[in-house]
Write a protein that binds this ligand. Structure first.
Ligand code: MG
Length: 366
């Protein structure tokens, strides 16, 4: 029996993908390396991400409810998996590159510190004088520098398409990135990046609707007032909670694919990923409910504020006692400086590991 070689997969991409899709045959890396006989460049990116310790740690990092509070809440890991499968399906429907889409989706939250966005704010404040902190920039730093299984100094050496896609959004002034990603050298991001971005939003508003009800932040009667909920119930009046949320997810995904396909056909030279105006408004309504009743609820904020204090405590401890950093982190001290190395070290921790470290610090200095 014949087997499919990498070149065959690349040919398939050339024949079948949309003209604005990324082609793995044209992928470039900072450090050139021999091709793989079986996998395309983007498939290798995906595999390197999945095999990295930074990816495994996402299972114990907070999405909204602290990762150790219950077995059924989403963690960054399950969130990333949900985004990945949704984005892959949409990429397939639109003729975009599924493997690149998957790699971007699995990597998109790698740079999140413990305790979600409040963790990010705490580190950004602490690093004010040293280039700041933001999760997207940190994600690139992890794959470019911190994860370095082959000790080449090029990290996971992912393709430039994946790295550029991970960098979307604001970057603090002075944040240390590889030269090719500096603002003057920055090239446009692939369309697959914008697709993952949309799917990220659809994934979290839908799963946070589920987790918010599960956590008792609001009830089903509150959710039933949402236009999206009513739309889903029109389709299936007898749907229970989980079926309704699953219908909402499908509604948003079908709308994303149909609206984008239409936009690509009408404006072939200005490709954009789009949702219909009506569903943008209805998604905003759901997001507003989540922000008021869930993200800013006492229950969530109390745990997060405590997490924030612990991040400060750990960071200050490692800046004062860099000899207590891990061996690998200590090797970066000379090049990166004590503040950035301590920040990387704390940002890489899972929620529960940070708690353990701070307990140790407090016990040692009590
Ligand atoms: Mg995300």
């Amino acid at each position: 029996m014949n087997w499919l070689r990498r070149e065959d997969l690349e040919d398939q991409e050339l024949r079948t993908l949309h003209r604005h899709a990324a082609q793995s045959r044209s992928a470039t890396r900072r450090r050139e390396e021999p091709h793989d006989p079986l996998r395309t460049a983007f498939q290798r990116d995906r595999d390197r991400i999945i095999h990295s310790p930074a990816f495994r740690r996402l299972q114990h990092k907070t999405q909204v409810v602290a990762a150790y509070e219950g077995d059924h809440y989403r963690s960054r890991m399950t969130h990333s998996l949900e985004v990945s499968q949704m984005a892959r399906a949409a990429a397939q429907a639109l003729g975009l590159n599924m493997d690149l889409t998957e790699a971007i989706a699995l990597a998109h939250d790698l740079g999140h510190p413990p305790f979600g966005h409040v963790g990010e704010e705490a580190l950004h404040e602490l690093m004010q004088e040293h280039g700041g902190f933001r999760h997207n920039a940190q994600g690139v730093r992890i794959v470019d520098r911190i994860e370095d299984p082959y000790e080449t100094g090029f990290g996971l050496n992912l393709t430039d398409a994946t790295r550029r896609a991970m960098l979307k959004g604001r970057i603090p002034d002075g944040f240390p990135l590889a030269d090719d990603l500096s603002p003057e050298n920055r090239r446009p991001t692939p369309l697959e990046a914008a697709l993952v971005d949309r799917c990220d939003k659809i994934a979290y508003i839908c799963h946070d609707l589920d987790d918010g009800i599960r956590a008792g932040a609001f009830g089903e009667p509150d959710a039933a007032r949402l236009a999206l909920w009513q739309r889903a119930r029109e389709q299936r009046p007898d749907a229970g909670r989980r079926a309704t949320i699953s219908l909402i997810t499908s509604l948003l995904m079908k709308d994303l694919v149909a609206t984008t396909a239409k936009a690509l056909a009408e404006h072939p030279d200005a490709p954009r990923i789009r949702q219909s105006d009506a569903l943008v408004v209805e998604s905003e309504e759901l997001f507003a409910l989540l922000r008021e009743r869930f993200y800013r609820s006492r229950r969530v904020l109390v745990v997060m504020e405590r997490g924030q204090e612990r991040i400060r405590r750990a960071y200050e401890h490692f800046v004062s006692y860099p000899e207590e950093l891990s061996d690998r982190a200590r090797r970066r001290l000379d090049a990166d400086g004590v503040e950035r190395t301590a920040c990387d070290h704390v940002a890489g921790m899972t929620d529960r590991y940070l708690l353990r470290v701070v307990e140790g610090i407090d016990a040692g200095t009590a």
